[in-house]
Design a protein around this ligand. Structure first.
Ligand code: DX5
Ligand code: ZN
Length: 220
C-alpha cells in the first residue's frame, strides 16, 4: 500500500463558474492540495473550456499550485501565456506533441514544472524515454474532453506499471490520475500507485467538499 500522502486536485471544470471565488475558498477549506485546470481547444478534444484569462483570475484567488492540463493542439504556442497567467505545472498531451523533447525543454525554460498526460489508449512505454525530465505523469482514465465520465478500469494496470517503473529507479515523479475518480475507485487507484487524484464531479457535485476530499484520500 502506498504510504505517501495522497494529494487531491479538484478539477474546476465541474465547479459553479458563476461563483468561482466561493468554490475555490470551499475546496481550500476542505483540505485540497492543488487545483487542476482543464484547458480544451475544440480541436485536440471536441469541447472548449477556458483560456489564460480565467487561469490568471484563479491565480489571484488562491495560493494553491495550479496544474494547467492543456488538452490542446500545438501547446507550444500557449505555454508562455499560461505560465505568465500563473500555471505552476504545464501539462501537455504526449499525443499533441510530435516533438515532445522540445516542448519539455520549453516548459523547463519557463521554469514551470513539466507535466505530460497520456490518453487511456496510449501505452506507458511511450513516455519512458522522457521520465527523468518530467515532474508529473498524468494518466487519463477517461477519454479527454468532458467531465463526469466513467472511469476506465483498464487504466489501473497502467498506473501500476508506471508506479513500479519509477519506484524501482527512484525517479521523483508524481503520478496523477484524471477522469471518473471518486470514492468508489480511489482506494484501487491509490493502491495502484497514484500520488495525485484529480477529481471534478466527485468534489464539486457533492454536498460536502470536505467529506468528499477525505473520502477520496480514504480518511473516512
Ligand atoms: C477530462 C478532464 C478531467 C475532468 C475530470 O477531459 O481532463 O480533468 O474534468 O472530471 P471528473 O472528475 O468529473 O471525471
Ligand atoms: Zn484534466
Amino acid at each position: 500500500m502506498n504510504k505517501r500522502k495522497i494529494k487531491i486536485a479538484p478539477s474546476i471544470l465541474a465547479a459553479d463558474f458563476s461563483c468561482l471565488r466561493e468554490e475555490i475558498k470551499r475546496v481550500e477549506e476542505a483540505g485540497a492540495d492543488l487545483l487542476h485546470l482543464d484547458i480544451m481547444d475544440g480541436h485536440f478534444v471536441p469541447n472548449i473550456s477556458f483560456g489564460p484569462l480565467i487561469v490568471k483570475a484563479l491565480d489571484r484567488l488562491t495560493h494553491f499550485p495550479l496544474d494547467v492540463h492543456l488538452m490542446i493542439k500545438k501547446p507550444e504556442r500557449y505555454l508562455e501565456a499560461f505560465r505568465i497567467s500563473g500555471a505552476d505545472y504545464l501539462t501537455v498531451h504526449l499525443e499533441a506533441c510530435p516533438n515532445l523533447a522540445e516542448v519539455i525543454r520549453q516548459i523547463m525554460e519557463l521554469k514551470a514544472k513539466v507535466g505530460v498526460a497520456l490518453n487511456p489508449q496510449t501505452p506507458f512505454s511511450s513516455i519512458i524515454p522522457f521520465l527523468k525530465k518530467i515532474d508529473l505523469l498524468l494518466l487519463m482514465s477517461v477519454n479527454p474532453g468532458f467531465g463526469g465520465q466513467e472511469f476506465i478500469p483498464a487504466v489501473l494496470e497502467k498506473i501500476k506499471e508506471a508506479a513500479q517503473w519509477i519506484s524501482r529507479r527512484e525517479i521523483p515523479l508524481e503520478i496523477a490520475v484524471d477522469g471518473g475518480v471518486g470514492p468508489q475507485n480511489a482506494p484501487q487507484i491509490i493502491e495502484a500507485g497514484a500520488t495525485i487524484l484529480d477529481a471534478g464531479t466527485a468534489i464539486f457535485k457533492s454536498t460536502n467538499y470536505k467529506e468528499a476530499i477525505d473520502s477520496l484520500r480514504g480518511q473516512r
